[in-house]
Ligand binder design. Structure first.
Ligand code: GGG
Length: 349
């Protein structure tokens, strides 16, 4: 296998709106690769509920094998849709997809659909760097009964090396962007875990003298993201707080359906997926917004294909498309709405 081997892309639609948005995301990816003359090996596999109903496994063995193979290649990637719970947590952990990048930059044509006043959106360009394979999601779980009362616990746990690599990742991105990093924590209430994060940040920042570093409590950060989103550049945080803050950022943009993400492993294997989940209430109606998935394809073009100019062209196509076409979540009063498929076609056009 040489470094010029075409990327292998596994398409895993999942369930709910996953298959709808991924169908469009894959069509856009294939359209761009065709125009760019970039080769790739693309295959599609059922995971989550559709796989479970057919095989009794959320992540069937043949899909696991295909993933193992793709993960061992120099440029392996996954385009993922959504699952209600299983098996996305397992995928993230199994392939050490520890660095979850969630960029948020409002599209000027959509300023009116954000709940924020337009002047608050000026200059907003945030990158959430969320640690993705540790924290309470993977912590020790216990339940029991004490004097007739049920109790339940789930541990928030971080190893120093896990914290160090995500803090470095955040600092590296900050240095390449506007050189401003905010570490989000809750050291007042969870002093051991976030004391470790603050210690590591104090050590690591020395290697990035040009990056302006600050920290915020998670609750303060939630408020400031709504009141002053333009004040922030890179936000680095743990798994739980990253999850919560990205939903706020999605709301700031106007819809969670706009938010893309890339989850990167130390080997370069990467998983791209919209931040939103399965949205069962609108699954199958053609109302889902595919732009979070198309944005994830843009990230794939950048990180896996090393094709930043095509990623930029795709971003420009999205900015143009939303000037004319709106799925219901980003439609203003009186706007005619389009379907998931129509939005994808508009981006390709
Ligand atoms: N594409 C993101 C994803 O699938 N996340 C998992 C998730 O949050 N699922 C919850 C749900 O769909 O309700």
């Amino acid at each position: 296998m040489t470094p010029t081997t075409p990327p292998t892309v596994l398409v895993l639609p999942g369930e709910g709106i996953g298959p709808e948005v991924v169908r469009v995301g894959r069509a856009v990816l294939e359209h761009v690769l065709d125009r760019a003359g970039l080769p790739a090996t693309i295959s599609e596999h059922a995971v989550g509920r559709p796989a479970y109903e057919r095989t009794g496994q959320w992540l069937p063995d043949p899909v696991r094998d295909a993933l193992d193979q793709a993960a061992a290649e120099p440029r392996g990637a996954v385009l993922f849709g959504a699952t209600a719970d299983e098996p996305i947590g397992e995928l993230r952990s199994r392939y050490d997809l520890y660095a979850n990048l969630r960029p948020a930059r409002p599209l000027p044509a959509l300023h009116a659909v954000s709940p924020l006043r337009p002047e608050r959106l000026e200059g907003v360009d945030v990158l959430i760097v969320r640690e993705l394979v540790s924290d309470v999601y993977y912590g020790r779980r216990r339940t029991g009964t004490d004097a007739g009362r049920r109790w339940a616990g789930q541990e928030m746990y971080y190893r120093e090396d896990e914290v160090r690599r995500i803090v470095r990742c955040g600092l590296g991105h900050a240095e390449a962007r506007r050189r401003h990093l905010t570490l989000v924590h809750k050291a007042n209430a969870i002093p051991d875990v976030f004391g470790l994060w603050l210690d590591v940040l104090a050590e690591e920042r020395a290697a990035y003298p040009h990056v302006d570093v600050q920290d915020r409590y998670a609750d303060t950060m939630a408020m400031e993201l709504v009141l002053r989103p333009a004040d922030f550049d890179v936000i680095v945080t743990g798994n739980l707080f990253g999850d919560l803050l990205s939903e706020i950022t999605g709301a700031v943009l106007g819809s969670l359906g706009l938010m893309p993400s890339a989850s990167l492993s130390p080997t370069g294997f990467a998983l791209y997926e919209p931040v939103g989940g399965t949205a069962p209430d609108i699954a199958g109606t053609g109302r889902a917004n595919p732009l979070g998935t198309i944005g994830s394809v843009e990230l794939m073009l950048r990180h896996t294909f090393g094709a930043p100019r095509w990623a930029d062209r795709l971003a420009a196509a999205v900015a143009l498309a939303v000037g004319l076409w709106r799925t219901p979540d980003i439609a203003g009063p009186g706007d005619k709405t389009c379907t998931t498929e129509e939005m994808g076609a508009a981006v390709c056009d």
